[in-house]
Design a protein around this ligand. Structure first.
Ligand SMILES: N[C@@H](CCC(=O)N[C@@H](CS)C(=O)NCC(=O)O)C(=O)O
Length: 224
């Protein structure tokens, strides 16, 4: 079956934005053809983009093969594996214990990791005033979230079902950013060794390594 390329909306000039990058990893893992539509930050919260995503953020995905347009990175990952991973290479059979566990971890990533790491980044880099107590609160949350993962990964290589799945990949982009921004405050290898080796296992996968390499090239090219 030959697929028409899917369109993924990303942020122009912000190649490091973690949420589109999460989707790119899964498109690469599943070898789905796609094109990206880098969009100016100033164009997200107005038409025509708000008709694609009323929340005015990226990513959003349009699939001409099914006629479905979808936003929210977690929902996009679920859409991609439900539609294009029928062999269950990186997902689990609908209704199984692992299926619900993978959703549990995905919800944890989108509600537990993303917002806290995101606020830590905001108060570390973008907030106009320096607010040390806010930075401390959110960097502590990064430690807490990392601790939850570290305990869960103590006796296993991946989060669910003894194999790599889409939920493992979902956590990588924010940890890459954490390594860049808070390596003085948080030593993953020393304090969260199971998280550290889990991330290395995931990043050794060709599709993930390729996505990270392309992101680094794009970030270097835009100079931020
Ligand atoms: N919950 C959303 C978060 C999306 C999000 O925050 N995207 C960022 C880029 S990683 C964005 O669009 N920022 C631009 C803005 O806030 O205007 C998701 O997981 O898709």
């Amino acid at each position: 079956m030959s697929l028409k390329p899917l369109t993924l909306w990303t942020l122009l000039g912000h190649a490091g934005s973690p949420n589109p990058w999460k989707v790119l990893m899964i498109l690469e893992e599943l070898k789905i053809p796609y094109e990206t539509k880098p969009t100016e930050l100033g164009d997200l919260k107005k038409e025509p983009y708000e008709s694609i995503n009323p929340n005015g953020r990226v990513p959003a995905l349009e699939d001409p093969n099914t006629g479905i347009t979808i936003w929210e990175s977690g929902a996009i990952l679920e859409y991609l594996v439900d539609t294009y991973d029928k062999q269950l290479n990186i997902s689990f059979a609908a209704g199984s214990k692992e299926y619900y566990e993978s959703k549990q971890w995905l919800h944890y990533q989108t509600s537990g990791q993303g917002p806290y790491f995101g606020q830590a980044a905001w108060f570390t880099i973008y907030h106009p005033e320096k607010v040390p107590s806010a930075v401390e609160r959110y960097v502590n949350e990064i430690r807490r979230v990392s601790g939850v993962l570290n305990r869960s990964l103590q006796n296993k290589e991946y989060l669910v079902g003894g194999k790599f799945s889409y939920v493992d990949a979902a956590f990588v982009p924010w940890f890459e950013i954490a390594t860049l921004l808070w390596s003085n405050e948080i030593d993953l290898e020393k304090n969260f060794p199971h998280v550290h080796s889990w991330l290395n296992r995931i990043k050794a996968r060709p599709a993930i390594a390729k996505t990270i390499e392309e992101k680094e090239k794009a970030t270097a090219a835009q100079g931020k």
